[in-house]
Design a protein around this ligand. Sequence first.
Ligand code: ZN
Length: 230
Amino acid sequence: MTSLPKKLDGLDIPVVIRRSPKARRISLKIDFYNHTAILILPRHASETEGLKFAAQQRQWIAAQIQNLPELIPFADGAIIPIRGEDHRIIHRGKGHGIVRSTDKSLSVFGQPEHLASRLKDWLKRQAREDINPLVIAKSTKLGKRAGRISIRDQKTRWGSCSANGNLSFNWRLILAPPFVLDYVVSHEVAHLAEHNHSKAFWRHVCELTEFRRDGQEWLRQKGKTLCRYG
Ligand SMILES: [Zn+2]
């Protein structure tokens, strides 16, 4: 359950209160996408108690938000990476669709108010075009069959594999260099064989990709920077 953001005295950053039946104590986390703080309240904590806790952590919240990379909305002139290579967005009024040129520009046609959603849809399709054949090739190599493949706007994960073999991937992976996508796809496909992170699981990952270490390292260091686009 989520209620409207609260304002704390002396802090410009909104605090969103979230009840969690699973939480054992009051805690705070930072929402990278919305540049807000999230206050997590266990079942028995009152809102007043929670806000008192958040107020004590004012400086921590402010510092965390200040350290976040700047948000880069999809708009004319913005630079966004596609498969790890920077492209400049150019809005063009008349026409339809999106055209990528060899000079690393990306022309988005149509009404300006639709630019962001049109570009996001296009990037999701690009992600699917890269991900589907990789899943097929890697699951075939593993001798397993993948279920449905979905491309999602996941806030907290790069990919997942359900118990019945459906795979989902974060569309923002299309922004990262291709070896990162290769690693994430290999990771999720390996879960078709092992639904855990055992040694056997990691052996499968390494059979499916040579980028396990590089992919993990890139995501650890730079993964969060992908959250700022869109
Ligand atoms: Zn995993």
